[in-house]
Design a protein around this ligand. Structure first.
Ligand SMILES: Nc1ncnc2c1ncn2[C@@H]1O[C@H](COP(=O)(O)OP(=O)(O)OP(=O)(O)O)[C@@H](O)[C@H]1O
Length: 669
């Protein structure tokens, strides 16, 4: 892992003088330093190899990339070498720091359009180069756009990049769930067909919004919610009202990047010709406008770190609330979201009902706004598109299999609420190993439980399950029990549980190394890997056995477990609600499917009779379910207010404790 650039940077740590720390990632610290023989200021990224045992591949890839690339807008390494158990990567010093840090220090509301156009043009040039050479960056975001003292812009951090020309095992990495949630393209989250360069275009669009507002869309939400919102909502965009200060061409550029169908996104090359970039200026302009008057990078880094520590203490004392902490992580400016099952449950449980209705409103608003800006409906998620044109489904009827599939690929009406229920009830129940058990607990027969109808095409069923189970991640991500069910891959639940690391300095991977030596299975299909503070989940669908477990479980989804005697009302109610919602939706879908199958097999007349009586039974069932659901809602509201009250008391307690402490302190003095 040693190489030299033309300029002959020394490969001995003694030839460098380390100064202050200027940045920190999950796996590394970055220092300003002096290369003594060349008398040149450099940045040195120091990685502790003992702590990154499992990620050597990623590190190797990053260093190789930093060696091979040769483009003024990409951060290239001068050299790299090991010293003790550390790897030093020597690179040009980018005195301005990252765009994220600059915004956090001086532009909390985002940059003005000319600055954005200039920054984005430079980043896009880097992407054109990377894509032309077969690379996907996979982590484009303001935190990885660095600026030097002259205003030169470089895209950094190739730790999770991938190469389109890779084959075999490395090709699999292109189908992994990797990136930072807010910037992650829907196809990367969905894991259905793999992805390509266009994933970077989506992240580029999100970065444009981040530079415009000072934060990425959905950044205040916990990762689980970000995933759901990205998949379910209309793509984010510039708002006509709120973003009046931005030009139409900027809005169009963002709109072009943030299209859910990757095929409809422009290539980086085409995007570079977009008329928005006529607003771009020279990079000196950046130096004059955004770097002028900024404190030295090390000082800014220290201030941000102190702010972050304060916030962490405050939030811990006041809320103990992960949603606030997640936001706080964003303030820190690194993507240190460790992702584990326990978190998913906790985060799902944090989702409030009013969030849900806000979400729905937001979706509706975004749909209207998109219409205003003239964004075609194909940019909208299936749900939103349907909202904007309520008759479209009916008009199309059920004749088109494609329509059916797209409607099956939608989430329940309130997926977050459904998830909330599923996670609540799932608490550490080791007995819940199969859908069969769960369904028996619900008083269903196996037949009902499997939901497999001979008339339903199997590929539709498989896809359907992915969404109706309330799980948006690949099945293997959120349901270790499914893995257990496969027999030979018997992960105990605890292996998937990591302690969430809010400060981001320790990763799941590092902790696990201490307690569990890595096994071959760690990299097998479906293992969750926390990769450099981002998510990385290998898709099981790529393995030949991946699809064999795609059973459609209409009642329980993949996550619920039998109710145990000590379950609280708050745990049971949401889960009931989840079951009701899923039932309602699945019943509708089954009727559609039956109708479709009957129509195509020429039994229309027969079906009408059976169908009519089925439908009337169904509508009775539906109204009964609605009634029950209302009751569940009411009960849930009471539980909600009790929880709120509890939180208020907790806050009071924390305040009293602080007052007591300071009194005790004074007395001691
Ligand atoms: N060449 C550089 N000059 C100045 N600052 C830098 C340089 N390289 C990195 N930094 C700063 O250090 C921070 C961490 O670096 P980097 O992103 O490479 O670490 P990482 O461990 O890969 O982080 P991540 O958590 O994003 O994976 C960056 O966000 C940036 O602010």
């Amino acid at each position: 892992m040693e190489y030299i650039s033309e300029k002959k940077f020394p490969l001995d740590a003694n030839d460098y003088k380390l100064y202050e720390e200027v940045g920190e990632g999950v796996s590394a610290s970055v220092y300003r330093a002096l290369c003594v023989p060349l008398n040149e200021t450099v940045a040195i990224k120091v990685l502790d190899l003992e702590k990154c045992n499992n990620d050597l591949d990623g590190i190797r890839r990053e260093v190789q990339m930093m060696n091979l690339i040769d483009h003024p807008n990409l951060l290239r390494a001068h050299c790299s070498f090991t010293t003790g158990h550390h790897l030093w990567v020597v690179m040009p010093y980018m005195a301005g720091g990252s765009c994220l840090h600059i915004m956090k220090s001086s532009f909390p509301e985002g940059f003005e359009e000319t600055v954005i156009a200039t920054l984005l043009r430079e980043v896009l040039k880097a992407l054109v180069y990377l894509h032309a050479h077969g690379h996907i960056h996979r982590d484009v975001k303001a935190g990885n756009i660095l600026i030097d003292s002259n205003g030169a812009v470089k895209l950094a951090d190739f730790g999770v990049s991938a190469c389109m020309f890779d084959t075999g095992d490395r090709q699999r990495s292109r189908n992994t769930f990797v990136g930072t949630p807010c910037w992650m393209a829907p196809e990367v989250m969905q894991q259905l067909h793999g992805y390509d360069f266009k994933a970077d275009i989506w992240s580029f669009g999100i970065t444009a919004l981040e530079l415009a507002h000072g934060h990425a869309p959905f950044s205040k939400y916990p990762p689980m919610k970000v995933l759901l919102m990205t998949l379910q909502n209309a793509p984010p965009g510039l708002d006509y009202e709120r973003d009046k200060r931005f030009s139409k061409s900027f809005k169009e550029l963002v709109g072009a990047c943030l299209v859910k169908d990757p095929k409809k996104r422009p290539t980086s090359e085409k995007l570079l010709k977009h008329h928005f970039f006529k607003h771009a200026r020279s990079t000196d302009y950046l130096a004059r406008t955004i770097l002028d008057g900024l404190a030295p990078l090390g000082d800014r880094f220290r201030t941000l770190k102190a702010k972050e520590a304060d916030l962490l203490v405050q939030n811990n004392a006041l809320y103990g609330d992960k949603e606030h902490l997640s936001q706080q992580e964003y303030i820190r400016g690194i993507s240190a979201w460790n992702f584990n099952l326990e978190d998913l449950r906790n985060q799902a449980a944090l989702i409030q009902d009013d969030d849900l209705s806000n979400e729905e409103e937001m979706m509706k608003k975004q749909t209207d706004e998109h219409k205003d800006v003239g964004i075609p409906e194909e940019r909208l998620s299936p749900e939103t598109a349907n909202q904007s044109n309520p008759t479209s489904n009916q008009e199309d009827g059920f004749n088109d299999l494609k329509d059916l599939e797209s409607s099956l690929a939608s989430f329940p009406i309130k997926p977050l609420q459904a998830l909330k229920g599923c996670f609540d009830i799932c608490e550490d129940d080791e007995n819940a190993t199969s859908p069969r058990t769960m369904c028996q607990e619900n008083g269903r027969t196996d037949g009902e439980c499997s939901g497999q109808s001979s008339s339903i095409p199997r590929h539709i069923v498989a896809e359907h399950k992915k969404f109706l189970s309330g799980t948006l991640l690949p099945d293997n991500v959120v349901s270790p029990r499914r893995v257990v069910g496969e027999g030979n891959r018997d992960y105990p639940q605890s292996k998937f549980q990591s302690e969430r690391n809010y400060s981001g300095s320790l990763s799941y991977r590092q902790r696990r190394d201490v307690n569990n030596p890595p096994s071959a299975e760690d990299t097998s299909d479906g293992a969750i890997v926390q990769h450099k503070g981002r998510f990385k989940v290998t898709s099981a669908e790529l393995s030949p056995k991946g699809l064999t477990n795609c059973y459609f479980n209409p009642i329980c989804g993949g996550l619920t477990s039998p109710a145990s005697a000590n379950l609280t009302a708050s745990a049971v109610l949401p889960s009931l609600q989840c079951i009701l919602q899923q039932n309602t939706m699945q019943r509708d879908e089954i009727i559609k499917l039956m109708k479709y199958v009957e129509q195509t097999s020429g039994k229309q007349a027969e079906f009408t009779d059976v169908g009519t009586s089925d439908l009337s039974q169904t509508s009775y069932g539906l109204s009964r379910e609605r009634e029950l659901q209302n009751q569940v809602n009411n009960l849930q509201q009471s539980v909600g207010s009790l929880i709120e009250e509890l939180q208020r008391q907790k806050m009071k307690n924390a305040q009293l404790e602080r007052q007591l402490n300071s009194l005790a302190h004074k007395e001691e003095e």
